[in-house]
Design a protein around this ligand. Structure first.
Ligand code: NI
Length: 394
């Protein structure tokens, strides 16, 4: 049976599902209405599922097909962001200060659409399919929790062989697909540096060990790690985004704290950065009679696509969406995604699906109050999910 008519029908229904989800956005780990909406739809489709797992009660893990066959997983993230919506859409958020500004409503609706099609093809599938509706992508590390709880290794449903996930991409033309083998998105780690000195009267700096001047030098010094200490052809971002010190304009404080993000797309470089930062911060602090301490907080790892699974995505895009609908991503992006936690364990591929209409020259970007997932991309999203299941070979 050709899946094309079923994909068309499912895409039309998914538009309505997407708009309903858009009305009820919820923040990380609070996606209770969203989870019941997903489960109700799965009930209608007669698809069995696990409603919630330890530490992630809003996760939903569904399965389609013969569980004795090899299993591949499709993942959608379901959470929203603390932003006041300004789209003016008829289906705008009904929850104050929360909106689907990253398009996770579209990802969820597309996976529900794919579920409908795959359920009809259930007896013809060479694999069984696990559908992962994951909470808390936006900083809460829902992917890490699900991996720890056993969503891939056979403790929660069948053991998974390969995994795929997508993200709607506002600047990519509608219906196009893009990804690359290897690093696609960066690891995003957090740093917090405290420089302790000795405060005093701001008129007599020679009687203090000024942590503010030391911090100013230290913040500039961090950029020399990027420009002088790592290979120029490697990608590294160190951005300090917060500085805290002092209580009055004429009092030199005892300490200054600054924090920021470190982005890498190479695992060896990621491992070596903390020591470089520590050494430089301690040295600069010492030169000012101060001491530095570094807190390094591991964030999301690198989204590292498997080459064979990336080839499969490119092939399926050509077959399902048409020749020329795949654009290889020339280089990684320094953004991050918690899909990385799955890819640390098993092969898979994360890819972008275009949302930009042909006439649009300035599309609203992700995480902004005017962004709205373009429903016209739902057929491509559903077509990719279904095509990957049908095209997967061990
Ligand atoms: Ni997102």
């Amino acid at each position: 049976m050709s899946p094309i008519p079923a994909i068309k029908k499912a895409a039309a229904e998914a538009t309505e599902l997407r708009r309903q989800l858009h009305r009820i956005p919820e923040l990380q780990y609070q996606e209770h209405q969203t989870a019941s909406f997903i489960r109700q739809r799965l009930d209608e489709l007669k698809i069995p599922y696990l409603a919630g797992v330890n530490e992630a009660p809003t996760a939903t893990i569904a399965t389609i097909g013969n569980l004795a066959k090899p299993c591949i997983a499709l993942r959608a993230d379901i959470d929203a962001l603390p932003i006041e919506e300004q789209t003016g859409a008829a289906w705008a958020s009904t929850h104050r200060h929360v909106m689907h500004a990253c398009g996770h409503d579209g990802h969820t609706a597309a996976l529900l659409g794919a579920a409908e099609v795959l359920k009809q093809l259930e007896n013809e599938l060479d694999v069984c399919v696990k559908l992962i509706f994951q909470p808390a992508e936006e900083g809460g590390g829902g992917g890490r929790v699900l991996v720890q709880q056993g969503v891939l290794d056979g403790r929660l449903g069948p053991k998974v062989e390969a995994i795929f996930g997508l993200h709607g991409w506002p600047i990519l033309p509608i219906g196009m697909v893009s990804t690359r083998a290897g690093a696609l998105l960066a690891a995003m780690d957090q740093i917090r540096i405290t420089i302790r000195g000795q405060g005093g009267h701001a008129a007599f700096p020679h009687l203090t060990h000024d942590p503010v001047v030391a911090s100013a030098m230290a913040i500039l010094g961090l950029q020399s790690i990027v420009s002088r200490q790592t290979d120029p052809t490697d990608s590294l971002v160190i951005s300090i985004a917060q500085i805290q010190a002092g209580t009055a304009h004429n009092v030199i404080p005892d300490e200054c704290t600054f924090s920021g993000t470190v982005r890498t797309v190479d695992r060896d470089l990621r491992r070596s950065v903390p020591a470089m930062i520590r050494q430089r911060m301690e040295g600069i602090a010492a030169a000012h009679g101060c001491q530095a301490t570094l807190d390094w907080i591991d964030g999301y790892p690198i989204v590292m696509n498997d080459p064979a699974m990336s080839d499969l995505v490119a092939r399926v895009a050509g077959q399902s969406l048409g020749e020329g609908q795949f654009i290889p991503a020339a280089r990684p992006s320094m953004g991050g995604e918690d899909f990385a936690f799955y890819l640390e364990k098993i092969p898979g591929c994360f890819f972008m699906v275009g949302l930009c209409p042909p006439s649009e020259t300035a599309p609203a970007l992700l995480h902004t109050n005017r962004f709205d997932f373009n429903d016209q991309a739902l057929p491509a999203c559903i077509g990719m999910h279904v095509g990957l299941v049908l095209g997967y070979k061990r």
